[in-house]
Write a protein that binds this ligand. Structure first.
Ligand code: HEM
Length: 535
């Protein structure tokens, strides 16, 4: 807590930085006030509405230093929030295109502390790079934070999407979908489905001269996702669904202007067509699902239809078809892009790290041999207990940062660890900053799956590793995603070898390989000892 020279009580975000860094005119907008040497301009986040617009106040350096010990709430050094309207968007995007997108955050963190203000895409925002602050934001006790997505995303999702709603409806949906994804019946069925899809996909790769992993893997993950959500298998319906879905999600990051010809308009039209296709499936299933009420649900359509017929909400009951179809389409969004990206990046990291690849081959060949000898099928827990494979998956997710953070809006003033997030402000809980923090992960840019043997089970591992978010909105697809990646890696490394062409990871607007990761795949007869040279 600090005071202005008029005696006003104010809260500040950041840490004391009255060293030479603060007093230099830098590209971060810091400036020393030349008139009054003892004063600096302070970006201040105070608990009054007026302060939302970030006006700088003149604060006595002496009084700030005096107050610095109080509850760790202290001032940061002076800075502007960049240009009018665009703020620091250009610097943010430029870092996104570089090989180190976290530089934007790192630079500001070193100057202003682990939580700081900025302005991105026309939104004044507080970015938190602090794992504990992020944890509190994610836990969201008291429902003070609501999701805050860019306008194009909210337009496309609609007001009642699981990704945008807050409160009891979100909790209910989260619980029933999560319970279904974890159910033993689904685990058994989906393990077989994923194995079949991966097997067919890899067979086809071996026939191609060059495989662009990023594109080819999408077909497979989409097939699994649609099976999980509505039990549609390979065929014409799946192809049409995929085409419409791709058209729909092209608009997720676009200029939010909706009239004929714009990207948003085309995407909204694709969403209408998509919902029509899904509605047909849901309608056909309506009667069958009610009749099979006491047997386990086969897919998300079953789960939602049963919930609608049991539910108390009149909205859901009056228009169950619209409700269920809408939810299915919304649930396709978080799984569609994330899964193929995770798998593509796993292939990339393994191609660049032959020692890790050799260890992965060894572990997976061991289990394959045991299964062949016993004649048993693999089950869910066989894949999940491959410890090095799970290390590879964790390390891939840590370095890939597919969802680099989540955006929330504070419904009231919230103070966390001495940082104040004022009512109405957006906060970006930056996962990438934590995942690439060298104080938490030694050599964060090194792909080191072995580090997870040291980290797993440590007190902080949940707080400092959040690729699937956390708290109330922890990704319900978490275990399923790890299973799918594990099955893919298992079949890839036990049946094939590959060589990858040079390619680069791009992080903006979403994580991608610049050249879609071209590789050449060849079948191999693996026997006992696998050496690194095989790859
Ligand atoms: C590697 C793959 C994946 C990653 C990295 C990932 C990441 C995330 C993250 C970070 C969130 C939290 C968003 C927030 O707090 O606002 C989330 C939510 C969600 N994810 Fe995933 N996800 C993945 C795969 C999947 C899959 C396969 C599905 C299956 C349909 C799925 C379904 C969902 C749903 C429905 C939510 C919203 C939960 C809610 O708000 O209650 N995700 N995911």
């Amino acid at each position: 807590m600090g005071k202005t020279d008029k005696g006003e009580r104010v809260l500040f975000v950041g840490k004391p930085l009255f060293d030479k860094e603060c007093l230099v005119n830098g590209d971060d907008g810091m400036k020393r006030n030349p008139e009054i040497g003892d004063f600096v301009e302070v970006p201040i986040v105070k608990s009054t509405r007026e302060s939302l617009y970030g006006e700088a106040l003149a604060i006595s350096k002496q009084s700030l230093l005096h107050d610095a010990g109080v509850n760790a709430v202290v001032a940061s050094c002076a800075r502007s929030l960049g240009w009018p309207v665009i703020g620091e968007t250009l610097a943010f995007i430029a870092c996104g295109y570089s090989s180190r997108p976290v530089t934007f955050m790192d630079k500001r963190k070193s100057l202003y502390g682990k939580a700081f203000k900025t302005n991105i895409i026309g939104t004044p925002i507080i970015i938190s790079t602090d794992a504990e602050v992020n944890k509190v934001v994610l836990q969201n006790h008291g429902n003070t934070f609501v999701p805050a997505y860019p306008k194009s995303i909210t337009e496309l999702l609609g007001e009642n999407s699981i990704l945008s709603i807050n409160g009891p409806h979100q909790k209910r949906l989260h619980t029933i979908i999560g319970a279904f994804f974890r159910s033993p019946h689904l685990k058994e069925r989906i393990t077989r489905d994923i194995e079949a899809s991966v097997g067919l996909t890899l067979d086809s790769w071996a026939q191609l001269p060059v495989v662009h992993v990023q594109d080819e893997i999408k077909r497979m993950t989409f097939e699994v996702l649609v099976k999980l959500l509505m039990s549609i298998s390979r065929g014409e319906d799946l192809d049409i669904l995929k085409l419409e879905f791709e058209e729909f999600i092209k608009g997720l990051i676009c200029i939010p202007i909706n009239f004929p010809g714009t990207r948003l308009y085309k995407s909204l039209k694709a969403k209408e067509r998509l919902i029509k296709i899904v509605k047909k499936v849901v309608k056909e299933r309506q009667v069958a699902t009610t009749e099979r009420k006491n047997s386990p649900a086969n897919d998300a359509v079953d789960v939602l239809l049963r919930d609608v017929s049991d539910g108390a909400s009149s909205d859901k009951q009056s228009q169950p078809l619209d409700f269920v179809s809408g939810k299915i389409v919304e649930m396709m969004i978080p799984g569609e892009e994330t899964m193929p990206t995770a798998m593509t990046l796993a292939v990339k990291f393994l191609s660049d790290n032959p020692v890790a690849l050799a260890k992965l081959v060894e572990e997976n060949m061991d289990v394959k041999r045991r299964k062949l000898e016993s004649g048993e099928e693999y089950n869910w827990s066989d894949y999940m207990s491959l410890s090095f494979t799970q290390n590879v998956i964790n390390e891939t997710l840590r370095m890939a940062n597919i969802i680099n953070g989540v955006w929330r809006k504070a419904l009231e003033d919230v103070e966390i660890k001495g940082y104040l997030i004022p009512k109405g402000w957006c906060v970006l809980a930056s996962f990438i900053s934590v995942h690439m923090d060298e104080d938490i992960y030694e050599n964060p840019y090194q792909f080191d799956p072995w580090r997870w043997d040291r980290i797993n089970g440590s007190a902080n591992s949940n707080v400092c590793f959040t690729p699937f978010g956390g708290g109330q909105r922890l990704c319900p697809g978490l275990e399923l995603s790890k299973l799918e990646i594990a099955i893919f890696l298992h079949q890839l490394v036990t049946r094939y070898s590959w060589t990858a062409e040079e390619d680069k990871i791009v992080s903006f607007p979403t994580v991608k390989m610049k050249r879609r990761l071209p590789i050449r795949v060849a079948p191999v007869e693996r026997t006992y000892h696998i050496s690194v040279e095989d790859h």
